[in-house]
Write a protein of this length. Structure first.
Length: 235
């Protein structure tokens, strides 16, 4: 199976209807303001990580995820999934199977009033396909998405449950949130459990237990400002 890795993304059928961006046959005004985005890892962030998930039967949403995606999108964030999919290089599933799962997930989200704007993935495994620039912790897919979707990386976030996720975000210039179930809502992490992961949290990375908590952190400044604005208008 040949894997080029140059254009391993799925945009067309998964675009949310209320997102204005360059797609097939459309022109883009490059003078318009860049968009904010939340980049999201997939397994362990959106859904239960059962290992090489590629069938809808194996997809299980983590608690509160669809509702959080809906809130983030309503506040103007593009939602872009960026995942490592080495199962393709391993021959465990095909690109068509992966895209079929993405289409099913998008349809399920649409039924819940939520959506994902774009899916990007790295299909490589260095031991099999050789080195690439898109496998996290490298930032290739985030940078590609920024070019494709006109994203302002400095105003965007990367959220994932692995250190490599936030390393990719930091390299791309985003703010980052690491999901660790042992963290409390203030970001403190159980030290003994953290030692077992053998991973050090990079400087400047926020740590929360799950995606709903990440959504609260991302949206908190705007929600506070909205409340202050309403209070000011009343007086």
């Amino acid at each position: 199976m040949e894997i080029t890795g140059e254009v391993q993304k799925n945009l067309g059928g998964n675009m949310c209807k209320n997102v204005s961006m360059h797609t097939e046959g459309q022109s883009t005004d490059h003078a318009t303001a860049l968009r904010r985005a939340v980049f999201l890892d997939r397994d362990g962030t959106l859904n239960e990580d059962k290992g090489y998930v590629h069938r809808k039967e194996d997809w299980r949403w983590l608690p509160g995820v669809p509702e959080t995606l809906k809130r983030l999108h309503a506040m103007g964030y593009l939602l872009v999934v960026v995942s490592n999919q080495s199962g393709i290089a391993r021959g465990m599933y095909s690109l068509d199977e992966l895209r079929a799962l993405e289409a099913w997930v998008s349809a399920d989200l649409a039924a819940r009033g939520a959506c994902i704007d774009a899916w990007y993935y790295c299909p490589h495994l260095p031991e099999i396909t050789g080195p690439c620039i898109c496998r996290k912790p490298k930032s290739g897919r985030l940078l590609q998405a920024a070019r494709d979707l006109h994203i302002d990386l400095a105003r965007s976030w990367m959220v994932g449950d692995k250190t490599r996720d936030v390393q990719a975000g930091l390299a791309a210039g985003t703010s980052c949130i690491l999901l660790r179930p042992t963290a409390n809502l203030e970001g403190a992490v159980d030290k003994e459990t953290s030692k077992k992961t053998d991973e050090t949290v990079p400087d400047g990375v926020i740590v929360v237990p799950h995606l709903p908590a990440a959504g609260v952190h991302i949206l908190a400044p705007e929600l506070r400002m909205a409340r202050l604005t309403r209070l000011t208008r009343r007086h």
